[in-house]
Design a protein around this ligand. Sequence first.
Ligand code: ADP
Ligand code: MG
Length: 695
Amino acid sequence: MLDKDITYCKNVGSRRADILRKELGVNTAAELLEQYPFKYIDRSRFYFIHEIADEDTFVQIKGEILEFHTMGIGRAQRMSAMFSDGQSQIELVWFKGIQYLKLQTGVPYLLFGKPSRFNRTYNFVHPELTPLDKVTPQMVTGLEPHYNTTERMKNSGINSKAMRTIIAGLMPDVDRGLPETLQADIIQRYHLMNRTEAIHQIHFPNDTPSMQKARERLKFEELFYNQLSILSRASARRRHTEGFIISVVGRHFNYFYKNLLPFELTNAQKRVIKEIHADMKSGKQMNRLLQGDVGSGKTLVALLCALLVIDNGYQACIMAPTEILANQHLATLRQLLQGSDVRVELLTGSTTKKQRAELLPALQRGEINLLIGTHALIEDTVQFGNIGLVIVDEQHRFGVAQRAKLWAKNSRPPHVLVMTATPIPRTLAMTVYGDLQVSVIDELPPGRKPIQTYHYSNLRRKSINEFIIKQVGLGRQIYVVYPLIQENEELDLADLENGYNKLVETFPQFRISMVHGKMRAADKDLQMQRFVSGETQILVATTVIEVGVNVPNASVMIIEDAQRFGLSQLHQLRGRVGRGADQSYCLLLTPPQMSAETRKRMDIMVATNDGFRIAEADLQIRGMGDLEGTAQSGDPVNFKIASLATDGQILQLAREAANSVLDDDPTLSTGYTQVYRDGLARLNPEQKLGYREIS
Ligand code: ADP
Ligand code: MG
């Protein structure tokens, strides 16, 4: 019954069907039923006029109209009426459709609407008035569903109320029973409502608890299928792809560990290296996410893993998000490896043709052990002799499609390690990165002092400048960061240059570098280098320094227009300091006037250095967009009802349920799991992968 075309649903017809198809993308009755209400209005309560207290709550009042007034003529015509509940009076106003109103004085009505505030009193604009004897019990019991509609739908008369009528027309079909999409054991184990009841109750709930149970069940179902898809694909890949076996702990690793390692590894570093090694010698291809807050020492872990792979006769590469970072990795690693015969080279967009002509053949002959670079590494022209491990630094949204390109770099796919300092909320770890195994470095190297963070009005230049003078006087270096967003790059660069000029003017005694994305790579490097070497005391920059840059003597981070950064981005930036033994500081500057949201974000930054708490807060405040502070990508999955920001608990249960199904039947091949195969077949690509691919 529910496969039928919406044209043939009650109250639809071909004209409305066209609009519904275009605007909502629904074709069948079943799809119409998945247009869930976005809110409910409690119609079980009756109000008195004097109880109206705000503009946001719908109310219903019993009463009668005392008198009408009509003003103006033609299109400017306007009508008002005085409505009384027997105790007090309120004004009703109409601007449109006055000729259709058939209202009378002295007749009892049920008024329903949302009050508006007008000067210091309330009135109702275009309220719904139903003669009391026409009010059906259904109208005033329980929760009334409200549906999302588009402008075009409204213009064609399909408002929320019309949607309600259309969906109500499907309820007899629903009540005859819908196919169940979850097996009875799961429904029982997780105390879920059955599908038929859930679909009925989400649209026309008996009461609030039933509505909540219905929503819970449908969220569970949606997340369950998402997890089943992700987990079954990951397990299929593990079953089908053999990985290079990295079993030997050999010469390069041991020499480095005994003679070159500059400090004792933290316990967390040791643990994740063990996890990664165990994974790489299992015979299966590794796809692992390494999470560790800024400064937790991921680079060293990357190097040790690369050495393991090199010891087993394979090559390794590290891919960084920017040239600055690739250069820095090269410098750091070459320095760490001094005295070892591991050959490390660099390949970026700035590598000249001539250099490439030398580099690429050597790479193919397997003479280069460790290649460091940017996205240039993915190009097809970059061919390794025998790549065994690809490390992706600070690009945690590196999706399956991108990883798949790396898998093709050898006859068997190399092991892949994605490293990120962006703490990933649990819900994202289970969806967007749901096919990755996860290792966490949950410990910073010893001797770090927590960074002190302050939020200042950007008008307090005098105190800020005094602070700068004092810190530079102590021999410290300072970052000053300006926001840069694609949309108004020009303006932002002007801000940056302005800021730079002001600093130069204010501090003639200091040397100041400036870097931004629009500079030539060579200039950028030069400026960076001057700061890294300590020649300049202040570095004025855009967010190009956000990831990975490591200057231990820099102990002050000043962020201009901090309100324009996302929380995770602020945390990343702050992580550039606090790397040496000195007390570090972060100053967040905003205009004195700010939104409540900005205030909240600044308060969190001041209150905690814990990246996880910040990431969770970010998710709550901003929703799923902009988690990385990069382009607005919106929610990574367009779930119909579930939300990664709020449904972490249900997601956890859904994942557990999906895992138990796969434990019993990894290939979903028994008759029992037919229902799940069917369910997976209905998913769209995004729901299957758990996220949209970025390109
Ligand atoms: P991130 O995890 O942010 O990439 P890095 O790898 O850049 O961090 O490390 C930050 C700093 O900590 C570097 O200066 C590095 O040399 C230092 N470091 C790494 N591991 C240790 C350790 N076990 N003990 C002391 N310092 C360490
Ligand atoms: Mg790093």
